[in-house]
Design a protein around this ligand. Structure first.
Ligand code: GDP
Ligand code: IMO
Ligand code: MG
Length: 424
């Protein structure tokens, strides 16, 4: 029996979708852990590209259960659209299972997220405006509507009307928004409920069964550790727990059942939205990497901020997650650089530090100390064996592994499923 957790090690978009698809090959089932359609996970098989926001990235292995855990927040308009889209491309969603305990993103959550985002200066987070903060806030306030409620018309109407007594005052009085009409939402959401009903199946008994039979289960996280609401760069974070421990919270899997935590690390760093980013490149080099890496948001299309890999942050992220191994992605994007820099320490208040300050929000005050490594100036996209990689590429990989003190198990060298090199 193994439970493997896929956790983003940066600010998201590390390539979790590709890695989840690849690891599902050796798993009996996959379960998405947290987040909502703020996530955008890309899977490319041959020439087919799939952009998934809510449906687990293991869905392309149609015969295996692809489950959505309690910790995920679901916008029914988005998931029904995703299911239709997958089906129109010949992907059966017959094994999709959605937890009845997952919370539902309502139109007022999206409206509130949008309205709060127009706030000025430091109060601007740069969210995806998908209602994620407001829906998790309602969940914590025990004011939320869950997928199970959607399937019960009476319960849904009661909870919706109760929520609107507060939300409409907020929308109208604070934000000058016309507010939400309960009948309109009812009409729309009950139609989604009808479409989703066949997929609303509790994942817990399936998880139990797989584990009792000694099977392999994959837990797919969204976002990345530095966006964790407690352990990230607060307040420039998301509203859930993208760290490995979030896999237990979001699925009900015991921490004792987890035997492998895989960190997904991009060979450089990106961030979307506001917040500190010590190794950010605002020059031509940054633009060059953004173009080569196609660093534009899968969800919002925003250009991603780009920078050098930061091993100070990786040390911290590894402490929080306890990675067994790392999958290093997008190494091919660095193929034609003469020199690659890696941040190995920070200068902070006259000290040289290898772990970030306790208040991660203060990394904006840190000055990165770089080590330069020579590039390899050769395409690696078609290489299948680790030992066939150029020597300087191997040196880069080995430097990261040694400095971060974590084995690197795979190198992703292109978008496609087959472009994955196991490290011997
Ligand atoms: P996720 O949110 O962590 O699943 O990552 P995204 O899918 O948002 O962003 C990763 C992007 O990089 C996607 O467009 C992937 O197709 C692409 N990608 C993933 N791995 C690699 C790789 O090794 N090389 C290249 N060139 N692209 C990759
Ligand atoms: P995947 O799963 C990158 C960022 C937003 C914003 C902050 C808060 O594809 O890696 P939110 O809408 O969650 O309230 O926004 O978090 N963010 C992501 N950045 N990848 C993601 O997901 C993200 N999900 C949220 O840009 O800075
Ligand atoms: Mg993404």
């Amino acid at each position: 029996m193994t439970v493997t957790v896929i956790a983003g090690a940066q600010w998201g978009d590390e390539g979790k979708g590709k890695v989840t698809d690849y690891f599902t090959l050796k798993s009996d089932a996959v379960i998405r852990v947290q987040g909502g359609n703020n996530a955008g996970h890309t899977v490319v098989i041959d020439d087919e590209k799939y952009e998934l926001h809510l449906v687990p990235s293991g869905i392309l292995h149609e015969e295996k259960p692809a489950m959505i855990g309690d910790g995920v927040v679901i916008n029914p308009a988005v998931i029904t659209g995703e299911i239709k889209n997958l089906k129109s491309r010949g992907i059966s969603c017959a094994n999709l299972k959605i937890s009845p305990r997952a919370h539902v993103v309502m139109p007022y959550h999206v409206a509130l997220d949008e309205m709060r985002e127009v706030r000025p200066g430091k109060f601007h987070i740069g969210t995806t405006k998908r209602g994620i903060g407001p829906v998790y806030a309602d969940k914590a306030a025990r004011f939320g509507i869950r997928v199970g409620d959607l399937l019960d018309r009476g319960e849904f109407e009661l909870k919706l009307r109760h929520a609107l007594t507060e939300k409409n005052v907020l929308l109208r009085e604070v934000y000058g928004n016309p507010g939400c009409d309960p009948m309109r939402i009812m009409g729309e959401y009950l139609e989604y409920a009808r479409e989703l009903a066949p997929y609303v199946i509790d994942p817990l008994p399936i998880v139990r069964d797989i584990l009792q039979k000694g099977g392999n289960l994959l837990a797919e996280g969204a976002q990345g550790t530095l966006l964790d609401i407690d352990h990230g760069t607060y307040p420039y974070v998301t509203s859930s727990h993208p760290i490995a421990a979030g896999a237990c919270l979001g699925t009900g899997i015991s921490p004792r059942a987890i035997d492998r935590v895989v960190g997904i690390v991009k060979a450089y760093l990106t961030r979307v939205g506001e917040g500190p980013f010590p190794t950010e490149l605002t020059d031509e080099m940054g633009e060059d990497i953004r173009e080569k890496g196609g660093e534009f948001g899968t969800t919002t299309g925003r250009p991603r901020r780009v920078g050098w890999l930061d091993l100070v942050l990786l040390n911290y992220v590894n402490q929080i997650n306890g990675f067994d191994d790392i999958v290093l992605t997008k190494l091919d994007v660095l193929d034609d650089l003469d020199e690659i820099k890696v941040c190995v320490a920070y200068n902070f208040k006259g000290d040289r530090i290898k772990f970030p300050p306790g208040d991660l929000g203060r990394i904006g005050e840190c000055e990165p100390v770089y080590q330069s490594l020579p590039g390899w100036n050769a395409p690696i996209g078609e290489i299948a064996n680790y030992n066939d990689l150029p020597e300087n590429a191997r040196k880069y990989i080995e430097f990261i592994s040694k400095t971060a003190n974590v084995p690197i198990s795979h190198i992703a060298c292109g978008k496609k499923r087959r472009q994955m090199i196991p490290v011997e």
